[in-house]
Design a protein around this ligand. Structure first.
Ligand SMILES: Cc1ncc(COP(=O)(O)O)c(C=O)c1O
Length: 387
């Protein structure tokens, strides 16, 4: 179905940060499949996991114990705030699970069901996740949506303080950085203050780390920058390294609300996805990729600040954290032209909210590739400026 506006390019092969199309042209992939291929394309650890596991056992139903599922759960638990994990197949499905878990917990804790979300947020396309998404444009034509969501401005705590006065509130759901909304980084103390509000009012904090988790910001999870922990966290995208895989993580006090039969997913937690997920997580943790994401993120950010200064008549702001970066243009026509010209020159980025060029390199990126991107960008903006 025509759900996507597509570029007239067909990729047939990828290696590291690079993609090749069916005419043999090479492109630097700074989309990473929208924050999916955090290890780059064709990473040996993923190939090995897929090869070995597909020969052994691809899937088995969740009515039996699955060793590979326990292994990935253990790895996630060891390296996060969580005590328990539920596995599914995508980001939207993970957020559906989180919403259901929060409602189940809220129901048992005073009959509460309302969830506070942020304006400009993006949590997925299924109806529950879409209802929690703070962008009307995605919701157009799909009403009535699920009830019980209240939207507040992102990055401000007073509106949350006021909203939680509604005694039916059970949770707040937030992205630590809003990706789809143009790489919006909230004030440094935002999550800490929201955490305090949630704790003091016995309300759950759900963090959607689907785009910014798994090393993208230079830490394994973006919440680590704020020295807080959520009660529920959702993951997907990069977790499967390209194989569909999502997860809902929670602490014991919350996860206990799900009992056998409460929730499920036929393919969620299948051995193939689980083995790949473990390979991805180990590769991120064991190969210095968090450090690379942080250091090269700073390097890239500085180079983008140079671009921002040089082309200040075209660009409003360069921003981001680690390897989630955004270049906000002053005019959407220019943003579109710049993204398209970069693609024609072999640099792939994503146009988001019409005027932000979103840049998501793999965590394995090197300085040469960043410089290549900056050169292409500079060349493009010079052309656009003097056109
Ligand atoms: C923050 C966030 N949450 C949820 C989703 C939805 O994930 P999926 O497309 O895997 O359903 C996305 C996708 O872009 C996202 O960026």
């Amino acid at each position: 179905m025509t759900t996507y506006g597509r570029y007239p390019i067909t990729f047939i092969r990828g290696k590291g940060s690079w993609l090749w199309d069916n005419d043999g042209n090479r492109y630097l992939d700074f989309t990473s499949g929208i924050a999916v291929t955090n290890l780059g394309h064709s990473h040996p650890a993923i190939i090995k996991a897929l090869r070995e596991q597909s020969k052994k056992l691809a899937t088995v139903c969740n009515l039996f114990h699955i060793e590979e599922q326990a292994d990935l759960a253990e790895l996630l638990i060891k390296n996060s705030f969580a005590d328990k994990v539920f596995f599914c197949n995508s980001g939207a499905e993970a957020n559906e699970g989180a919403i259901k878990l929060a409602r189940k917990w809220g129901g048992a804790n005073g009959g509460r069901y309302k969830i506070i979300s942020a304006k400009g947020s993006f949590h997925g396309r299924t109806l529950g996740a879409l209802s929690s998404t703070g962008q009307r444009e995605y919701q157009k034509g799909f009403r009535p949506l699920l009830k019980g969501f209240k939207f507040v401005p992102y990055g401000e705590t007073d509106p949350i303080r006021r909203a939680i006065r509604d005694e039916k509130t059970c949770a707040v759901i937030l992205e630590p950085i809003q990706g789809e909304n143009g790489v919006i980084v909230p004030p440094d103390d935002y999550l800490k203050k929201v955490r305090e509000l949630c704790t003091n009012n016995n309300i759950l904090l759900i963090l959607d780390e689907i785009q910014v988790g798994l090393g993208r910001t230079g830490r394994l999870y973006a919440y680590e920058h704020s020295a807080i922990v959520p009660d529920i966290m959702t993951l997907a995208k990069a977790l499967g390294g390209g194989i569909p895989c999502g997860a809902v993580l929670a602490n014991d006090g919350v996860s206990i609300s799900f009992t056998p039969g409460s929730h499920g997913s036929t393919l969620g937690g299948n051995p193939l996805a689980m083995r790949t997920g473990s390979a991805v997580l180990k590769a991120i943790l064991d190969n210095g990729l968090l450090d690379n994401s942080s250091k090269l993120g700073d390097y890239f950010n500085n180079r983008l600040k140079y671009i921002e200064n040089k082309f200040s008549s075209l660009i409003n702001e360069a921003r981001g954290k680690g390897l989630i970066l955004g270049l906000e243009f002053r005019r959407k026509e220019i943003a579109k032209e710049a993204v398209n010209k970069c693609i024609a020159k072999g640099l792939l980025t994503i146009l988001t909210v019409e005027k932000v060029m979103r840049i998501l390199p793999p965590l394995t990126v090197n300085k040469y590739e960043i410089d290549f991107a900056i050169n292409k960008l500079e060349e493009t903006l010079e052309e656009v400026q003097y056109a």
